[in-house]
Design a protein around this ligand. Structure first.
Ligand code: DHB
Ligand code: FE
Length: 279
């Protein structure tokens, strides 16, 4: 049977892709941020997952504001990357696992999560940058990927509580797949940031650190807040952090913390990284 061996989180800041592309990762601005990924890379190298489910939000590349599914899953064997406006050079296409995707979609719908299925899906920085930071940039990529998109852009956005529940259903979906696969779930985005309006530039270190701590051992903590309350604390784009709950919900109630790293700021954002062992 498929087994979820662990969960990871990573912010997905566009500038990270450009820093990698331009060979800046050991420059003073970037060094501490990228060095924080070394223990995560080591854990992945040791545990060798076959598939990563990438929980991310599309930023206007695959879904524009005229049509935004609340939850969507890629059901393809290949996903192309493209730049949605940050000047990022597209990376090699990703290999999917359509059979596992369809199994997950069927199981989620059975569990009353009526997810949108996409047989074509272009992936943006929200998906690509965490993979580049964690696995390095390569062609071909060393792991199969399944995109799971959560709307955190166009309101109404799902609640933190709903995201945690989706995670529970996702965990059951993956672990009912008969093939012996090692799966990791990656929650991307966040942490606190706001890119527009009067409060552009706000970062809330205290809230970010609370979120990181609570997501490890008490993920329901974030579900006490409405989306308005989360945005008041973490900025309008800080709402992306609810996607981490989809990852966390897919794991066991008790997990082993392998690695935790927080760096602030990268671009406009508090950047958080977690590695949780589910075995
Ligand atoms: C930034 C962060 C994001 O999550 C994003 O989608 C775009 C920009 C930033 O910090 O610049
Ligand atoms: Fe984002």
């Amino acid at each position: 049977m498929a087994k979820i061996i662990g969960g990871l989180t990573s912010s997905h800041i566009p500038a990270v892709g450009n820093a990698i592309e331009q060979g800046l990762t050991q420059e003073p601005y970037w060094k501490r941020f990228f060095d924080g990924y070394a223990p995560a890379k080591a854990w992945l190298a040791e545990n060798q997952p076959d598939v990563v489910i990438v929980v991310y939000n599309d930023h206007g590349l695959n879904f524009f504001l005229d049509k935004v599914p609340t939850f969507a899953i890629g059901c393809a064997d290949r996903y192309e990357n493209a730049d949605e406006g940050w000047g990022l050079k597209p990376v090699a296409p990703f290999t999917g696992d359509a059979e596992l995707s369809w199994h997950i979609a069927e199981s989620l719908v059975e569990q009353e999560f009526d997810i949108c299925t996409c047989q074509e899906m272009k992936v943006d920085h929200g998906f690509v940058n965490p993979l580049r930071a964690l696995w390095g940039t390569s062609d071909p990529w060393p792991i199969k990927t399944i995109p799971l998109a959560v709307n955190t852009v166009q309101h109404p956005v799902p609640s933190a509580r709903r995201c945690l529940q989706l995670g529970h259903a996702l965990g059951r979906a993956i672990e009912s797949y008969p093939e012996d696969l090692k799966v990791v779930v990656l929650g991307t985005g966040g942490m606190s940031h706001q890119l527009q309006g009067e409060r552009a530039g706000i970062i809330n270190v205290e809230f970010d650190l609370d979120c990181m701590e609570k997501i490890i051992s008490e993920p329901q903590w974030l579900t006490q807040f409405s989306n308005d309350e989360i945005m008041a604390q973490a900025g309008t784009e800080g709402i992306e952090t609810i996607m981490w709950l989809v990852m966390r919900g897919a794991l066991q109630p008790q997990v082993k913390l392998v690695h935790k790293h927080y760096h602030v700021p990268i671009s406009n954002t508090g950047a958080g990284l977690l590695v949780l062992d589910n075995q």
